[in-house]
Design a protein. Sequence first.
Length: 169
Amino acid sequence: MGRSPYQRVETGISLIPERRRLFPYLTVEENLEIGAYGKRARANTKKSLEWVYQLFPILKERRKQLAGTLSGGEQQMAAIARGLMSKPKLLMLDEPSLGLAPIIVLEVFKLIREINDAGVTILLVEQDVYQTLRVAEKAFVLETGRIIMEGSGEKLMKEERIRKAYLAL
């Protein structure tokens, strides 16, 4: 409490907000470099760029393109990549699948798993229950602001109540 946003980033927390919020008139690479603005990330900008370009090869191809001209899926990838540039310990994602085509949603969730496998803790708030439970090590189901169930994604996927209410299975 009481910390400014840049101080929170310096502690290793990065937020990817709903609707991406890129700087549309800056290039993809300029948007990414902004993510490495903090002290602890600045020294590793080149290495971080290499890593995010490895995760998101399309961004490397589009690095000189204005961010506002990217497709929705590419913008989501750029927003996640920008968040990763700060070298976070915790990456918070708010509705990363919002407004994306189903095939792109699958790719975004695959990348979320890869980022987690690389050692970054992920806190995911998402309406796509099926995709979320597929990648979640630990999940909480909220109804009217209260936790009604918790467990591994795999366990919750098997729960009859979850299957009927959220998965239409």
